[in-house]
Write a protein that binds this ligand. Structure first.
Ligand code: C5P
Length: 224
């Protein structure tokens, strides 16, 4: 069977990354979490007080950032490293989540990260999730998926994920954050979140993770 690339885009907290990870696992493909890259850049910008309105400072900061993913065999998952430090937990905290869409809207940031993502996706056999994967990063992906879900369901899922990491966050704060990120992600000038015509749309509101995985795997198999 030929190897393909799978692009999974959609709104925040629709189940993209959990689904993408399981699909990559089942197909023995590489999973690339593009959101983790935007989060790592955001963490660096916060910790180094980078002024987002100053293009030169943003460019300079980007030159000091190196992101890579390393497999943690104990946890059996890939983790994000920023300049050699494991930041997997830090990048999922609300202080990063609250800022990430502002940072992701900067064209300079997108240019650097899209280049990196395209390099990682050059060899087929990749499942990548994000907002602009089907439209900009991997326009030749054989399968493009666009995921949606009801806002309340998305917020409850995200709240549960945070609870599992011992972070107790009010549901209304999560809804506010998701709505704000949706708005910034869909309206920014460069690489906005959009459903490309050829994408298969999946509404995960009433679906289990396993059902989402099966549906996408069926679509994938028909393209191999
Ligand atoms: O996927 P995740 O929710 O971790 O992404 C965090 C943020 O990174 C998104 O809200 C979005 O602002 C940004 N992002 C992006 N383009 C991508 C992936 C993520 O702008 N391809």
């Amino acid at each position: 069977m030929k190897k393909i690339n799978i692009a999974i885009d959609g709104y925040s907290a629709c189940g993209k990354s959990s689904t993408a990870k399981m699909i990559a696992n089942r197909l023995q493909y590489k999973y690339i979490d593009s959101g983790a890259m935007y989060r790592a850049v955001t963490l660096y910008f916060i910790d180094n007080y980078v002024d987002l309105t100053n293009e030169k400072k943003v460019d300079k900061a980007l030159k000091n950032i190196q992101i890579d993913f390393r497999f943690n065999s104990k946890k059996e998952k890939s983790e994000t490293y920023l300049n050699g430090l494991n930041v997997e937990e830090d990048i999922r905290t609300m202080r990063v989540t609250n800022m990430v869409s502002e940072v992701s809207a900067l064209p300079e940031v997108r240019k650097v990260l899209v280049d990196l993502q395209q390099k990682l996706g050059k060899k087929k056999g990749v499942v990548m999730d994000g907002r602009d994967i089907g439209s900009i990063v991997l326009p030749d992906a054989e399968l493009k998926v666009f995921m949606t879900a009801d806002m309340k369901v998305r917020a409850l899922r995200r709240q549960q994920e945070l609870l599992e990491k011992d972070q107790l966050v009010d549901l209304n704060d999560i809804i506010d954050n998701l709505a704000k990120r949706d708005r910034i992600d869909t309206t920014r000038k460069v690489g906005p979140l959009t459903k490309v015509d050829e994408a298969v749309e999946i509404d995960t509101t009433h679906m289990t993770l396993e059902e989402q995985v099966e549906e996408i795997l069926n679509e994938a198999t028909s393209r191999m």
